[in-house]
Write a protein that binds this ligand. Structure first.
Ligand code: ATP
Length: 513
């Protein structure tokens, strides 16, 4: 309940302060489609920029591409999406609500894991310092029962999906007596496969008409172009290609705000390697991506790896970086060892040779691929949920503050003239003129200064600069810190320094090197 409350607060805060708004709202909105308002666009651009620079700018062997959303329909036959990009759906006959069968089972397993955690916590309290957690887990009867239940459920689920045995998945849901959270009953339909790709048509006349799919991932635009990009950029293996852009999926269950949308943005990087080296590169990219997340300075315990047992049709290993969203740990990013599946399939279907030629060894081969794939909107939600605080202050009042990492905050500085007279406005405008080409600034002259600070806290502005009468005398102004709320006097030169050192992406990027 508390978790749902906190997501609700983030959703309404996002709307009230111009981050994320429902799409087509005057027509009652469109399910799972959202628009980004001014502060949202700025934050999203900054996150994308940080990702892009951490891939393409600081790595000399990663290049970029921006491929079209429309692609030849054969792309999706070769990639396996026409055949296998399905989600298993199941309906509850009483509530008429639709669910993903795999998600129902994964939630069930998660619940059993939570029960184990509770048992451990209880025993810890009971035994105090003498408590040996490993021994307890290995010997306690209840924990062993729960572990056996988790293992057998997982095995039956993985086998069922591997063999596309949907009857077995249905039986499992029924045997475990999994209930619909809305109706509370286990009155389920059978499990069916549902393809997630959106269809559209290219061309106006019926005979030249071609049925297309809106791309469900940006990766295929990289695969189709990889050889041309490699040659034109004179890359040698190992090298990567990065792309950010829209992807579309007709999700069965699209709830939880911008976590699961039908139109969303991905940031993907495909790293092309020599076959046989995939284990080493897979590990390296897992480490690098976790480091990227932790570089933003949020609590380490909010992130964890989840190694997959149920692998997609193209992968020989896969892991998710999960984030503790207000509704629990869920996938934020996927790291996949995609083998040579995609390149080989495109080669076969197109009849074109797309092998890499190794000039040192004088031989051709099809590279293997490690992929890192993150949803920009999910990343945005993770930043917002990490940053949102409702604080009670010493004087008993409260404030909502977004402690967004300073380098990616939508507005970096707010310039606030204390009064509208005595030339303070002119100084404020001059200051904006001086710094607006370096960072996003905002200007606010309305209301008492305390209220103006609160407004900036609510959108996560790291610093406010207040112009007052002392500015007229000695050219200094007050710098107020969002997190500590401390204030100090500084001059133009100090401000320039703060911008360079704290408010640009440089410090974040330097830490990744
Ligand atoms: P899920 O299991 O949550 O459906 P997935 O395993 O299908 O995700 P991938 O195909 O690995 O996801 O896509 C890579 C990334 O794209 C995900 O880690 C996620 O951040 C993002 N993503 C996928 N689907 C959506 C969506 N419907 N809305 C927003 N972001 C998404």
């Amino acid at each position: 309940m508390e978790e749902r409350e906190s997501l609700k607060k983030i959703v309404s805060h996002s709307k009230e302060y111009g981050f994320v708004i429902p799409s087509s709202e005057i027509y009652e909105g469109l399910n799972a489609v959202y628009d980004y308002a001014h502060n949202g666009v700025l934050l999203k651009n900054n996150i994308r920029d940080y990702w892009w620079k951490s891939m393409v700018q600081i790595n000399q062997n990663i290049i970029g591409v921006d491929s079209a959303i429309f692609m030849h329909p054969k792309t999706w036959i070769a990639s396996g999406h026409v055949e296998a990009f399905n989600d298993p759906l199941i309906d509850n006959k009483d509530s008429k609500k639709r669910y993903r069968a795999d998600v129902l089972l994964e939630n069930y397993i998660e619940k059993q894991k939570n029960k184990i955690d509770k048992e451990v916590l209880k025993a810890k309290k009971r035994y105090g310092d003498k408590f040996d957690e490993n021994e307890f887990i290995n010997t306690n009867q209840r924990v062993q029962e729960l572990n056996t239940r988790i293992k057998s459920t997982n095995k039956r689920m993985v086998d069922g999906f591997k063999k596309n045995n949907l009857k077995e998945i249905e039986n499992l849901i029924n045997e475990l007596e999994i209930k619909c959270p809305v109706s509370g009953t286990s009155n389920w339909t059978e499990v069916r496969q549902f393809n997630l790709m959106f269809k559209t048509n290219l061309g106006a006349s019926s005979d030249s008409n071609m049925e297309l799919f809106l791309r469900p991932e940006t990766a295929q635009g990289i695969f189709l172009n990889y050889l041309t990009l490699q040659k034109t950029s004179r890359m040698k293996i190992p090298f990567g290609i990065a792309q950010t852009g829209k992807a579309f999926r007709n999700e069965i269950v699209a709830r939880q705000f911008i976590f699961r949308m039908r139109e969303f943005e991905q940031m993907e990087m495909q790293f092309f390697i020599k076959p046989g080296t995939q284990e080493q590169w897979y590990k390296e990219w897992k480490d690098k991506r976790m480091k990227w997340h932790l570089s933003l300075g949020f609590e380490e315990k909010k992130y964890r790896f989840h190694d997959h047992e149920k692998l997609s049709h193209y992968a020989d290993a896969a892991s998710d970086i999960e984030f503790n969203f207000p509704f629990g740990f869920k996938e934020l990013e996927g790291i996949h060892s995609r083998t040579d599946f995609d390149l080989k399939s495109h080669e076969k279907l197109s009849g074109k040779k797309i092998q890499y030629f190794d000039t040192d060894k004088n031989e051709s081969y099809t590279p293997y691929v490690i992929e890192t794939s993150i949803g920009l909107d999910r990343m945005f939600l993770s930043v917002l949920s990490n940053a949102y605080f409702n604080e009670t202050l010493e004087d008993g009042s409260s404030r909502v503050v977004l402690k967004i990492p300073k380098q990616i905050a939508p507005i970096k500085l707010a310039v606030l003239p204390l009064l509208k007279k005595d030339g303070l406005l002119e100084i404020a405008k001059e200051l904006i003129n001086e710094f607006s080409s370096e960072v996003n600034l905002s200007y606010d002259e309305k209301d008492a200064i305390g209220r103006r600070y609160r407004r900036q806290d609510a959108i996560g502005t790291p610093y406010c600069v207040t112009i007052d009468h002392q500015t007229l005398e000695d050219n200094t102004f007050t710098l107020r810190d969002r997190d500590s709320m401390e204030q100090k006097r500084i001059n133009n030169k100090d401000l320039k320094n703060i911008i360079e050192k704290e408010l640009t992406l440089n410090s974040l990027l330097n830490n990744l090197k």
